[in-house]
Design a protein around this ligand. Structure first.
Ligand code: S3P
Length: 437
């Protein structure tokens, strides 16, 4: 999908104040759509994320034979079960979404027909070998493009057997793809993780009637198993809330409350990082629904100190690490990020993208192979930047723009529609000077 160019224009911010909520969690919405499409019957989701990434996945499951309806953010997926999926009449366009492509590949590995999956210029650079390799070991025929095994990818599935596999990186997308293939395989699929990545698949599959075993960092599933439909309420996306939490921590005299946000421990590493940096973070009204904790988060601005971030927290904060670089520009001392080479293979190379964007604003940031060193505090000045096909880079640079003198312009801001079309409206409702043009 080619969208018209947009730009975010951000001014130096007055204090941010107010209460907001954020749209449904992207990772959970993807999984509800896919598990619902694999189940036999009608699955209903409330607060589903109506953004481009999840819409790409809904279009793909329709092309495979499911019926999808939605009213606002209430979605209904009606399927005759994964066994009734048929060969798609066209290429499945996953847009910008690595999650849609990798999880779909796991499902399609069990289907006895061929499908080709493709995506935008960003997705066409992303490594698919990490999922293609183990799916081949399970018995699927999968061909990617070029030495790096990037999209377009053609898969012909069926006749899978269980696999015992050591994940070389802590990736929830690969883990989930293998579990979805394992659901359709003969025998047991056992996945050993090097450290814990987001566990939405493990929490949500039982709601669709699947049985799996979790022991420490090992997840196993016996196949074949059929899924039954479910009714799921999706919590607000922690990754979307993170922009407002970081902004309120950074802009002097701010206080912001984000309501009904997912607080799964495998996602909320940024809260621990903020606390380490001295931010005043308060979590309240926590409840658990459908196996996923959610609650309200209040944050107040205050002086920040530098920190070191590495090791097991990295996968639990992976999509929020770009915000760490912005926080570090205003923290006292040298903030060091390590063990985060995965940032190089996201929607863009986020280590380079954040270093380029923040340096242009005047920050002191040095890129390492697997992280950054950022010295602070540093005054920032407005500049014209580019989002480079990456929604999180666009929104993170907008947060940096709130701290900069003058005007910050972010070209390529149409990318925010990937995960958070209403981003600018929510930020301006808290008092920021931000417009999308
Ligand atoms: C996701 C997993 C993470 C994350 C991505 C969404 C998911 O990627 O960065 O935005 O929904 O499973 P990896 O699995 O590649 O770490």
């Amino acid at each position: 999908m080619k969208r018209p160019s947009r730009r975010l224009i951000v001014g130096r911010s007055n204090p941010l104040h107010g209460v907001c909520d954020v749209p449904g969690d992207k990772s959970i919405s993807h999984r509800v759509a896919l598990f619902g499409a694999m189940a036999s019957g009608v699955t209903e989701a409330r607060n589903f994320l109506m953004a481009e990434d999840c819409l790409s996945l809904l279009a793909a499951v329709e092309a495979l034979g499911c019926r999808v309806e939605h009213v606002g953010s209430d979605v209904r997926i009606d399927s005759d079960g994964v066994g009734a999926w048929h060969e798609p009449a066209h290429v499945l366009d996953c847009g910008n979404s690595g999650t849609a492509m990798r999880l779909l590949l796991g499902c399609l590995a069990g289907r006895p027909f061929s499908a080709t999956l493709d995506g935008d210029a960003s997705l066409r650079t992303r490594p698919m070998g990490r999922v293609v390799g183990p799916l081949r070991l399970m018995g699927a025929e999968v061909e990617g493009t070029g030495d790096k095994c990037v999209p377009p990818i053609t898969i012909t599935g069926g006749g899978l057997r269980g696999l015992t596999y050591d994940l070389p990186v802590a990736s929830a997308q690969v883990k989930s793809a293998l579990l979805l293939a394992g659901l359709q395989a003969d025998g047991t699929t056992v996945i050993h993780q090097p450290s814990l990545s987001r566990d939405h698949t493990e929490r949500l599959l039982p709601a669709f009637g699947a049985r799996l075993n979790i022991e420490g960092l090992t997840v196993s599933i016996d196949g074949p198993q059929n899924l039954c439909p479910a009714s799921i309420s999706v919590p607000g996306d922690f990754s979307s809330a993170a922009y407002f939490l970081a902004a309120a921590a950074l802009v002097p005299s701010s206080e912001v409350l984000v309501e009904n946000v997912g607080l799964n421990h495998t996602r909320s590493g940024l809260l621990e990082i903020l606390e380490d940096m001295g931010a005043d973070v308060r979590v309240s009204r926590t409840v658990s629904a459908g196996g996923e904790p959610r609650g309200d988060v209040t944050i107040l601005s205050g002086p920040l100190r530098a920190t070191e971030v590495s090791g097991e927290i990295i996968p639990r904060a992976i999509d929020e690490l770009p915000l760490l670089a912005v926080l570090a520009t205003q923290a006292h001392g040298e903030t060091v990020l390590r063990d985060a080479a995965e940032l190089r293979v996201k929607e863009s190379d986020r280590l380079e993208a954040m270093a380029a964007g923040l340096s242009a604003l005047g920050a002191k940031i040095r890129v390492l192979d697997d992280g950054w060193v950022v010295s602070g505090p540093t005054p920032l000045h407005g500049a014209t930047l580019h989002a480079g096909l990456d929604h999180r880079v666009a929104m993170t640079l907008a947060v940096a723009g709130l701290l900069a003198d003058g005007e910050t312009i972010i070209d390529g801001a149409q990318a925010v529609a990937t995960s958070f079309p209403g981003f600018a409206a929510v930020l301006s409702s808290l008092g920021a000077q931000v417009t999308m043009q």
